[in-house]
Design a protein around this ligand. Structure first.
Ligand code: UGA
Length: 469
C-alpha cells in the first residue's frame, strides 16, 4: 500500500520505517528541511535499536522523505498523522499541529483515503479531524478517519511495532477497517515473521498479534487509559516501596509475590525514582484534563502523579540523610536518560534530580551511555561528563544510580570500590542485591529495601550509629 506518515519524530519515524519493512511504499513528511536533509543523508536522529538498519534498508527505495504534504496525500492510500501534541499550560494536549495537518490534507483528498491519527490524542480528536477536512472542502465520501494508537516504548520501539501485544484500530466504517486490516496484514497473517530478514523476534513476543477493531472514541481512550494504568502500576509499587521501608520489608520480594498473580502480572512493577519521559507525565495530565472536561473528576490520576513526584523528593532526602550536607560534595551520577536504552532526557527523573543537586551546591560527575549529548544542552554548568562509570565515580563522596541501564547493573564492583572516595552507593533503580554490594565493601541504599551497610568502614560505622539512632 502507499502510506504517508506526517511527522518524523519518534512515532512517525519508527512507524514509517516499520511500514516499509512490511512491504509498503512510505513517504515520510516533515516541515523541517534540516531534518529531511539529515534523514536523506543517512543520519538517524534518535537512538533506537534496529532503526538505522531499517532506514538503511529502505531509504530511497520504499521510504522517501518529503516536505510536500499535499503531494504525499495525493499519492497515498492512508495518511498517518504522527505530529507532536505537547501539553498546554493547563495540562491538556495542544492539538494545533494536528489541526493544521488535517487542514492541509483536505486539498489532497483526490480519491478514497484513510486519515489515521497515530499521535496520542484525546477522545473526540478523530471527529475533529473529520470536521476540519470536510470544512476545508474535501468530499466526506472520499475519506474516513481512523484512530490507530501506538504502544511502542522508546529503546525497543522497532520490535514493539513489529511484535506488538495487540494492534488497536478505531474506525467508523467497514471500508476504513478493510484498509487498516490490509496495512497490518503482513503481521496478522504472520507473513512478516516467516521472512529470513525479519527483525529478530523478542523472546516474549507472541505471534500473530491480535487486531482489535473498535470505534474511534474507544481507540482514543484505550491509548490514554493504557498509559495511565501503567503509570498507576509504577506509582502503586512506589507507594508499597515506601511502606516496605517503614516496616523493614523488602519490596523486591513483595513485588515477586504480587506480580506472580497472573491477574496482576510482573511488568511495570519496578519501584524507583518515578516514571518520566515524553509520554506518561504528559498523557496523565491530558487524560485527567479530558476526563474533567467530560464531567468526570479522575482524582486517582492526581494521586498517581503526586506519588511519582514525591518519589524523587524521597530519594533526594535519602541522599541527604547519607551525606548530611550537600554543598561541595562530589557525586558520581550514573544515568541521565529517563530510562535505560534511550538518549531521551525529556522529563527524566535523573536529570531533574541532578538539577536539584546542582542547586544545592554539589559537584556532579555524570555518565550516561547515550544521553550525554542531549544532557549537555540543558546542564550547562557544574557538571563534568565522564567517559565511563568509573571516571564518573572517581573521588566521589557517593555514587548515585539514576537510570536503569543494563551496563549499570553489571559494573565491576571492585574497580568501582577502588576509585570512589567513600564506598557509598545510592541506587534509585534497585539494580543490585544489597548483600553483594556489602560483600564488595559498599554501603548500599536502594528503594523499598533495608539499608545495607558496609562492614568496618569508618563511613559505615558512623552511618550505622546514626541508622540505629
Ligand atoms: C510509554 C509506554 O510504555 C508505551 O506503551 C507508549 O507507547 C509510550 O509511553 C507512548 O505513549 O508513546 P516510554 O515512555 O517509551 O513508553 O517508556 P516506558 O518504558 O513506559 O517507561 C516510562 C517510565 O517509567 C521510565 O521513566 C521508566 O524508568 C519508568 N518505569 C517503567 C518504572 O519506573 N518502573 C517500571 O517498572 C517501568
Amino acid at each position: 500500500m502507499r502510506v504517508a506518515v506526517v511527522g518524523s519524530g519518534y512515532v512517525g519515524l519508527v512507524s514509517g520505517a516499520c511500514f516499509a519493512d512490511l512491504g509498503h511504499e512510505v513517504i515520510l513528511v516533515d516541515n523541517d528541511e534540516n531534518k529531511l536533509a539529515a534523514l536523506r543523508n543517512g543520519e538517524v536522529p534518535i537512538h533506537e535499536k534496529f532503526l538505522p538498519e531499517l532506514l538503511e534498508r529502505h531509504r530511497g527505495e520504499r521510504i522517501k522523505f518529503s516536505g510536500d504534504l499535499l503531494a504525499a496525500t495525493r499519492e497515498s492510500d492512508a495518511v498517518f498523522i504522527a505530529v507532536g501534541t505537547p501539553p498546554t499550560e493547563s495540562g491538556d494536549a495542544d492539538l494545533s499541529y494536528v489541526e493544521s495537518v488535517a487542514h492541509e490534507i483536505s486539498a489532497g483528498i483526490n480519491g478514497y483515503k484513510v486519515v489515521v491519527e497515530k499521535s496520542t490524542v484525546p477522545v473526540y480528536t478523530s471527529q475533529w479531524i473529520r470536521t476540519i477536512i470536510t470544512r476545508n472542502g474535501a468530499d466526506p465520501a472520499q475519506f474516513d478517519v481512523a484512530s490507530n494508537p501506538e504502544f511502542l516504548r522508546e529503546g525497543t520501539a522497532v520490535t514493539d511495532f513489529l511484535y506488538p501485544d495487540r494492534i488497536v484500530v478505531g474506525v467508523e466504517t467497514e471500508r476504513a477497517a478493510e484498509v487498516m486490516r490490509e496495512l497490518y496484514g503482513p503481521l496478522t497473517s504472520e507473513w512478516y515473521y516467516g521472512r529470513a530478514d525479519a527483525i529478530p523476534r523478542p523472546e516474549a513476543a507472541k505471534v500473530p498479534p491480535r487486531l482489535i477493531i473498535t470505534s474511534t472514541k474507544s481507540a482514543e481512550l484505550i491509548k490514554h487509559a493504557s498509559n495511565a494504568f501503567l503509570a498507576m502500576k509504577i506509582s502503586f509499587m512506589n507507594a508499597v516501596a515506601s511502606i516496605c521501608e517503614s516496616v523493614g520489608a523488602n519490596v523486591e520480594q513483595v513485588k515477586d509475590g504480587i506480580g506472580t498473580d497472573t491477574r496482576i502480572g510482573p511488568r511495570f512493577m519496578n519501584p524507583g525514582i518515578g516514571y518520566g519521559g515524553s509520554c506518561f507525565p504528559k498523557d496523565l495530565m491530558a487524560f485527567r484534563a479530558v476526563a474533567k472536561e467530560n464531567g468526570y473528576d479522575f482524582r486517582l490520576l492526581d494521586e498517581v502523579i503526586r506519588i511519582n513526584e514525591e518519589q524523587r523528593h524521597r530519594f533526594l532526602r535519602k541522599v541527604r540523610s547519607v551525606l548530611w550536607t550537600f554543598r561541595g560534595k562530589r557525586l558520581g551520577v550514573l544515568g541521565l536518560a529517563f530510562k535505560g536504552g534511550t538518549d531521551d532526557i525529556r522529563e527524566s527523573p535523573a536529570l531533574l534530580m541532578v538539577q536539584e543537586l546542582l542547586r544545592e551546591g554539589c559537584h556532579i560527575s555524570a555518565y550516561d551511555p547515550a544521553a550525554m549529548e542531549r544532557a549537555k544542552e540543558v546542564l550547562n554548568s557544574g557538571v563534568e561528563f565522564a567517559a565511563d562509570p568509573y571516571q564518573a565515580a572517581k573521588g566521589a563522596d557517593a555514587v548515585l544510580i539514576l537510570t536503569e541501564w543494563e551496563e549499570f547493573a553489571n559494573l565491576d564492583l571492585d574497580r568501582l570500590r577502588s576509585v570512589v572516595k567513600y564506598p557509598i552507593v545510592l541506587d534509585g533503580r534497585n539494580l543490585y542485591d544489597p548483600a553483594v554490594m556489602v560483600e564488595h565493601g559498599f554501603s548500599y541504599y536502594s528503594v523499598g529495601r533495608a539499608v545495607a551497610l558496609a562492614e568496618e568502614s569508618t563511613t559505615a560505622s558512623g552511618l550505622k550509629k546514626r541508622e540505629r539512632a
